[in-house]
Ligand binder design. Structure first.
Ligand code: C5P
Length: 395
């Protein structure tokens, strides 16, 4: 981030106050931060606050000061390595999607050919309104990066999607934007989520995987310039933008999809929680409740990663070992048996690690016995570590 030039455009949303923290963090990371505000944004936060935080004059007025007009809308468009709009109102999205330039910020955007990262924030109905969704689609189709709003309590008293992500998340997205493109020209296959194994048309056997680790790895690989295929089992997460996304249910289905991609990829990172067993005879009808005991016969699923280990030519193969005991021993055994380059091992029972949480505590075990142990970190940060190592192996 050192000496990166970032122009932050603040529009008139209640979440504008959070962007003070964003500006402050980016500055601390070494970036040169300039802020431009719409008139309505100044109703929520004073330009003086941003001025104090960034150490730079804040631009608001289109025609306020003739001497600064040129500087502001053309020079600032040129100054930026990245333009971040946060919070972006529905009004701003509509103007940006349709080339309307009726204030300093929208004029600057129109005069800029610099990468744009937009963090929308608004009332849920406004966000879900087909107009807003269409405007987002238009912007995305032009390569604009959209930071999806979070769900939660909104300032208008409703609950739903529309919250501005927290400052650390916005800053992480900015940092990712500047991530060195260490995987350009490489194709990476990532699996994520848990497979589900049908019992009957209604029930299934599943597991607690949220898919978060794999989705973060896929995002990280894409951020570093890779062509990414994400094959996902069950997960509630939104498919990340900018990659090929294939949804599957069972382990057998995941195997088929993985094998159909395998020959064309440079690396496979298998973070999916694949069920070891499936139901032998899936009932065609819903099983009725009658007997006191019900026995399901299970048969072993194919071990996808082990199969890849056998087929592997030059591909880098990374596995995961989610364990509850003897972590390093079990992980090491899998590393060898599945012919992997390295394996990411974690104790899924430890607090702040494993299923359903945003952090993980992991070790990376290499062939030859080297072990790297990491402290608790976000899954996003751990995915960076994994991707850096895959990139090194692919060099
Ligand atoms: O053997 P175990 O299930 O613990 O191995 C975990 C690793 O193997 C993970 O990377 C997982 O995605 C992969 N795996 C697989 N097919 C299975 C089971 C696990 O590819 N049937």
């Amino acid at each position: 981030m050192l000496n990166k030039n970032i122009l932050i455009g603040v529009t008139g949303g209640i979440a504008a106050y959070k962007v003070v923290e964003v500006a402050s963090r980016l500055k601390k990371l070494g970036a040169n931060v300039r802020v431009m505000m719409t008139g309505s944004a100044t109703e929520f936060v004073s330009p003086r606050t941003f001025q104090e935080i960034t150490g730079n004059a804040v631009f608001v007025e289109m025609f306020g000061d003739a001497a600064h007009f040129h500087v502001a809308h053309v020079a600032l468009a040129d100054f930026a390595d990245l333009v971040l709009i946060a919070p972006a109102t529905a009004n701003f999205l509509a103007k940006a999607a349709h080339g309307i330039a009726d204030d300093l910020l929208t004029t600057t955007i129109l005069a800029s050919d610099k990468p744009l990262l937009i963090a929308p924030s608004m009332n849920t109905k406004m966000f879900l309104n087909p107009s807003t969704q269409e405007n987002l689609r238009i912007l995305k189709s032009r390569g604009v990066k959209i930071l999806e709003p979070a769900s939660g309590n909104l300032a208008c008293g409703t609950v739903g999607k529309g919250r501005l992500p927290e400052p650390e998340e916005i800053c992480a997205a900015v940092e990712k934007f500047f991530a060195p493109k260490i995987l350009v020209g490489k194709k990476i296959l990532v699996t994520a989520g848990g497979t589900i194994e049908a019992i009957d048309p209604v029930r299934y056997i599943g597991n607690r995987s949220s898919g978060r680790m794999g989705y973060e790895i896929a995002k990280s690989a894409a951020n570093h310039g890779a062509e990414v295929v994400l094959i996902s089992g069950k997960s509630e997460l939104e498919p990340p933008d900018g990659l090929k996304f294939l949804k599957v249910e069972s382990a057998v289905e995941m195997r088929e999809k993985v094998l159909s991609e395998f020959d064309s990829v440079d690396a496979v990172i298998m973070s999916a929680a694949v069920a070891d067993y499936r139901v032998k005879n899936i009932s065609e009808q819903k099983i009725k409740k009658s007997a006191e005991n019900l026995t399901l016969e299970l048969v072993k699923n194919p071990d996808i990663l082990r199969e890849l280990g056998g087929l592997k030519k030059s591909q880098v193969l990374v596995g995961f070992a989610a364990e509850t005991q003897n972590i390093l021993d079990y992980a090491n055994k899998k590393l060898v048996e599945k012919n992997l380059d390295f394996i990411v091992a974690n104790d899924v029972t430890a607090e702040g690690a494993g299923f359903g949480v945003t952090t993980n505590i992991a070790s990376i075990i290499w062939r030859g016995g080297k072990i790297e142990t990491f402290p608790k970190m976000t899954k996003a940060d751990l995915s960076e570590k994994i991707i850096e190592r895959v990139a090194d192996l692919l060099k």
